[in-house]
Ligand binder design. Structure first.
Ligand code: 13P
Length: 255
């Protein structure tokens, strides 16, 4: 049985002291959740304080990116070991904002993924098409090549550590959510592709989260789709009540 994963991607929001305050609220708001894997990904500079606050809670800590080298002359970069040291269990890789604004490619996503796996971090690898690609009916081919590129040389044994997040770029921060059917279509496609790249068992156990304007009001209908196993939440994760509302929706999913 796949455990629903609700992850909050805080992007470039909140100072360290604001992080502290929001996490204190959030811990309380989701304290009774039992079935859901809950992850919060604050900015790098807040990870340390977040790690201390989240100790002993049901919220796991994640980072928004990592670099593939362990150490050395790479000004401005952060390694997997540094993330582990401050209590991170998860790391988001290949978010569309990284691809769009910071020139990430499938090949750099792959290097980051391998580094995360080697450090035993749990990667959430993001894929998704732009509006232009959707309108020109390239969604499935884009998803296919992003998957092949990101997962190059990733052995079957590592696949149980990885979650994927389908985030259609046109639904991120726009208030325009994919309908549950649109999202499910792509999630089903991803699961089939993973089956052909690996095996039925790997694909059946793979967590595929949906991201793009997820809110308490639409979370349940998205999460009850058979191939949607969680959410990667941006805006709505910055408010304790709305994030808790999404977690509540996850707790109500049967199974
Ligand atoms: P929004 O929930 O703000 O649309 O952001 C989604 C996202 O990019 C999560 O990684």
């Amino acid at each position: 049985m796949r455990k629903i994963n609700i992850s909050g991607n805080w992007k470039l929001n909140k100072t360290a002291s604001e992080t502290k305050a929001l996490l204190v609220e959030l811990k309380d708001a989701v304290a009774t959740a039992q079935k859901t894997e809950i992850v919060i990904c604050p900015t790098f500079v807040s990870l340390s304080v977040a790690g201390e606050i989240l100790q002993g809670s049901n919220i796991k800590l994640g980072a928004q990116n990592l670099f593939w080298q362990e150490s050395g002359a790479f000004t401005g970069e952060i390694s997997a070991t540094q993330l582990k040291d401050v209590g991170c269990e998860y790391v988001i890789i290949g978010h569309s904002e990284r691809r769009q604004y910071f020139h990430e490619s499938d090949s750099t996503v792959n290097k980051r993924l391998i580094a995360a796996l080697n450090a035993e971090l749990l990667p959430i690898v993001c894929i998704g098409e732009t509006l232009e690609q959707r309108e020109s009916e390239e969604t499935f081919s884009v998803i296919e090549s992003q998957l092949e590129g990101a997962l190059a040389e990733v052995p079957e044994a590592a696949m149980s550590q990885i979650a994927l997040a389908y985030e259609p770029v046109w639904a991120i921060g726009t208030g325009r959510t994919a309908t549950p059917e649109q999202a499910e279509d792509v999630h089903r496609f991803i699961r089939r592709k993973i089956q052909s790249l690996y095996s039925e068992q790997i694909s059946a156990n793979l967590i595929i989260q949906y991201g793009g304007s997820v809110k308490p009001a639409n979370a349940f209908d998205l999460l009850k789709q058979p191939d949607i196993d969680g959410a990667l939440v941006g805006g709505a994760s910055l408010d304790a009540d709305s994030f808790a509302g999404i977690v509540d929706a996850a707790e109500k999913i049967e199974g």
